[in-house]
Design a protein around this ligand. Structure first.
Ligand code: CA
Length: 447
């Protein structure tokens, strides 16, 4: 009987593409996420204001999505969508503060994460860095598909970059003689070394360059000397250290002979934080917290030299697309709940981009009010219900929706709603239908 079971298992394994018994182990995935990093923080995109040679080289080695957007203008909801392929509202993660708003920052227990899917496929899964998808044992990353976790599971307020606590193997550990980004880099490299013989999915969710700002004074001074104000200089120093760490991780992959079978994805969760000082961001309107392009446009890169395409893509990739795309690329199962994104796996293999569906964004602090800070994009057109405040709102917004035609107006400066009333009305109706649907799903009772 045992032999029969083993024989059947061998047939099942051999029948799955890429999993023949004698084949090399399946490829690895490293998903690197920066926090509040602006497109304009990257030297290759800012005329050399900063020093990011490793990211610049990484970008040149893969397929860069010129028009990629996050699923939200802020941290937690963006991460919920990245890991589930679903709009943040559906997942229950709509606000930011896990301590004061626990019910609005927990990933519903019936959601399936990318880590769940990789783990089910036999991958070693690990999260290094920021979780931010629910406080408490039931929402702990180790209950959400990540077999290993070293980072911030609790309060996402870290203290400072050189005095912080990480949870490691379930126990808190305080660091007072290390720079946070370097510690996370080392832990990511350690994960890769330990699992080099098995397929792994590593999510390296860096904290940088999120506030509290902090970096070695000598490095900050090099940017002050270039004429940047102290806070901007500090952010750029933080980005440079992040870049160095990514360089070290890539060097470790090379050294271990893993680069040829490791997909490296790089993104940021939202646009630059206006509270962290003035930042170059190609004069896009808005910033973190806003659904204008400055808040939701993010870097997105897929690098797997020799296997996937390299170059630039105009496909407006969205965070909800990552799960379906990775599911297709790696033969993962699909979550029980339907995803919102579309797979661009064939595009990564050199084929045409898929058609982009309508996309929606909305965020306000605390309970969602869909009359505030909402955007819908339909091809080249974008309708925005403008942000009113980043503080907790009171009541519905009376501000009129604005309509932009992005190719000719990337800075969202000319409101065309009065000139195209039918289009504006149609997009507004689509946004209202979406709002009702995701809000009903958000409020579902999960046993
Ligand atoms: Ca963020």
């Amino acid at each position: 009987m045992r032999l029969l079971v083993l024989a059947c298992l061998a047939v099942v394994i051999a029948a799955r593409p890429g999993f023949a018994v004698s084949a090399p182990p399946p490829p690895n995935v490293i998903l690197i996420l920066a926090d509040d990093l602006a497109l304009g923080d990257l030297a290759v995109l800012n005329g050399g204001r900063t020093r990011t040679p490793h990211l610049d080289r990484l970008i040149a080695s893969g397929l860069w999505f010129d028009r990629a957007t996050s699923a939200s203008a802020v941290c937690a909801p963006a991460r919920a969508a990245l890991l589930t392929g679903r709009y943040p509202h559906r997942t229950g993660v709509v606000s930011l503060n896990m301590r004061t708003e626990p019910a609005l920052t927990r990933l519903h227990r019936d959601e399936t994460t990318l880590a769940d899917l990789f783990a089910a496929r036999g991958y070693r899964t690990g999260l290094v860095g920021k979780w931010h998808l629910g406080l408490g044992d039931e929402w702990h990353p180790r209950r959400r598909g990540f077999a290993e976790f070293a980072g911030f599971a609790g309060d996402d307020n870290i203290g400072s970059y050189d005095d912080f606590s990480l949870e490691i193997d379930g126990a808190p550990r305080r660091f007072t003689d290390r720079y946070l980004t370097d510690e996370l880099t080392d832990r990511a490299i350690d994960f890769v070394r330990r699992h080099r013989a098995a397929p792994f999915f590593l999510h390296l969710a860096h904290y940088a360059p999120h506030r509290p700002l902090g970096a070695p004074a000598k490095l900050v001074q090099t940017y002050v000397d270039r004429g940047f104000p102290a806070n901007t200089a500090t952010v750029y120093a933080m980005v440079e250290i992040l870049d160095r760490g990514i360089g070290a991780l890539l060097a470790a992959l090379d050294e271990l002979g893993l680069r040829g079978r490791t997909l490296v994805i790089f993104a940021s969760d939202n646009g630059p934080d206006p509270l962290a000082g003035p930042r170059f961001n190609h004069e896009r309107r808005g910033a973190k917290y806003d659904v204008f392009e400055g808040g939701i446009r993010v870097p997105l890169l897929f690098s797997w030299p020799g296997t996937l395409a390299a170059g630039r893509s105009e496909f407006p990739a969205h965070f909800t697309d990552l799960l379906p795309t990775l599911a297709d690329l790696f033969g993962l199962g699909r979550p029980a709940l339907p995803t919102d994104g579309v797979s661009f796996a064939a595009h990564l293999r050199g084929g045409p981009a898929p058609a982009a569906p309508l996309r929606f964004w909305q965020w306000n602090r605390a309970e969602p009010n869909y009359t505030h800070n909402l955007a819908v994009r339909d091809g080249e057109w974008k309708l925005v219900r403008p942000p009113v405040t980043r503080n907790q709102i009171k009541g519905d917004s009376g501000a009129a929706p604005m309509l932009f035609h992005l190719p000719g107006d990337p800075k969202e400066s000319t409101d065309l709603a009065a000139r195209h009333p039918e289009r504006a009305a149609r997009m507004r109706a689509a946004a209202e239908a979406w709002s009702g649907e995701v809000e009903r799903e958000r409020r579902r009772v999960v046993p």
